[in-house]
Design a protein around this ligand. Sequence first.
Ligand SMILES: Nc1ncnc2c1ncn2[C@@H]1O[C@H](COP(=O)(O)OP(=O)(O)OP(=O)(O)O)[C@@H](O)[C@H]1O
Length: 337
Amino acid sequence: MIELKNIGVTFQQNKKDFQAVKNVNLTIEEGEIFGIVGPSGAGKSTLVRVINLLQPPTSGQVLIEGNEITSLKRKELCKVRLDIGMIFQHFNLISGSTIAENVAFALHANHYPKEKIQGRVKELLEMVHLPEKADSYPANLSGGQKQRVAIARALANDPKILLCDEATSALDLENTEEIVALLKEINEKYHITIVFITHEMEVAKKLFDRIAFMENGEIKEVRDIYSAFAEPREEITKSLVERVLNVGVPDEVKLSEEEELVKLCYTGEKAYASVISQVSKQFDVVIDIINGKIDYIHKKPLGVLIVILRGGKEEREKALRYMKENVYRVEKLEGGR
Ligand SMILES: Nc1ncnc2c1ncn2[C@@H]1O[C@H](COP(=O)(O)OP(=O)(O)OP(=O)(O)O)[C@@H](O)[C@H]1O
């Protein structure tokens, strides 16, 4: 378990104090894939680097499995760091060394028994499905393959935690999916806790178990990934989530007095089709579907539908009440006037 208690990080910028991280309290459970998202400059990288003290906090404490590491001496800290692997956006491989040498580097650094290094490198390259690239050089690998080598190197000393700083942000869609799948596999097989920061909500949706939304150095909301998408609470959460669900109101929509725009969110347990046909049957209203999307988060469906509800005010209110009882969330939308 990782515990961050009252973490603050202050930098000097133009001779003035700048608080990049403000009083963050966060607990990350063992074995989970925990994500931190937020706009550029939110403080994500700074916060994730606090976990292994690459960035010492100005205030607060970091506890790893109950042990306070912020006050450790250098030598003890080095030991704790072995339990925390890290990967970065730009892979940080040594270009003049082979893939096997790149991975072996982490073992040498930890005084791994020399005679066992070759075998361990082979094992690590198999873990990331790259055994055939042992003698190649980084320049001859794709971005996704380079990140897999970086993962092998980060896992060399059997860490319990893997920190990932924008690990898919330099990759195209195909390579991103490959890395997301590999990280999931590693998390499941070896029960490694993963802390992943990104600004890519598509990655968040596919990879994370829980998600923290960060803005201006503060954690605004921490949720399980499904409910963050189904029922975002804070403004920052709503704006990031809506980018993925991306179901807007077309500009052409113009509403009359008797019409209003309504957004329905449904979770699959409550099928919208029957709700819509029931509403049309039971109340003196007409429903036109103008936009919609269904998404799957951890294999659970999440649907969003935008409709125009047409009818007298009273009947519309009755229809809305019925919909509220029968779908996950109903929202009246501005626009179209
Ligand atoms: N060493 C430093 N000295 C001064 N200011 C810094 C330093 N490191 C980061 N900052 C500032 O702290 C703020 C947070 O930076 P950080 O890199 O943590 O944000 P981020 O959310 O990871 O953004 P991005 O997604 O763009 O990487 C930024 O305003 C940045 O300029």
